[in-house]
Design a protein around this ligand. Sequence first.
Ligand SMILES: [Ca+2]
Length: 97
Amino acid sequence: MDEKVLRKTVMEWVEVMDTNQSGVIDYEEFYKFFSNLDELPLNDNQIASMFREFDTSNDQHISVEEFATAMVNACEIYNNEGEIQDDNIYSKLDSLR
Ligand SMILES: [Ca+2]
C-alpha cells in the first residue's frame, strides 16, 4: 500500500469537503459529501456513525490527519492489492459502516 498516494487523495477529499475552508471537516460538510455519493448510498445513521468513528479526538471536527488515519486503517484491513485505487476507496469506506 502506498500511504503517500492515500494521503494525497485524502487531502484532495478534504479540500472538496471543506466548503468553509476551515481546514477541518465539520459534520455538516461531512454529511453533504457522503450523502451525495452515488457510489456509496448511506443513510443518516450510517453517516453519523462514520463521523464518530473518524473523529478520534471527539472534538466534532475531522482533521486531515484523522481522515487519513481512518482511511489508512480501512485500507490496511481491506486492501490486499498493494496499491490504492481511487475507485475502490468507496468500497473501503463502505466497509467502515
Ligand atoms: Ca477531531
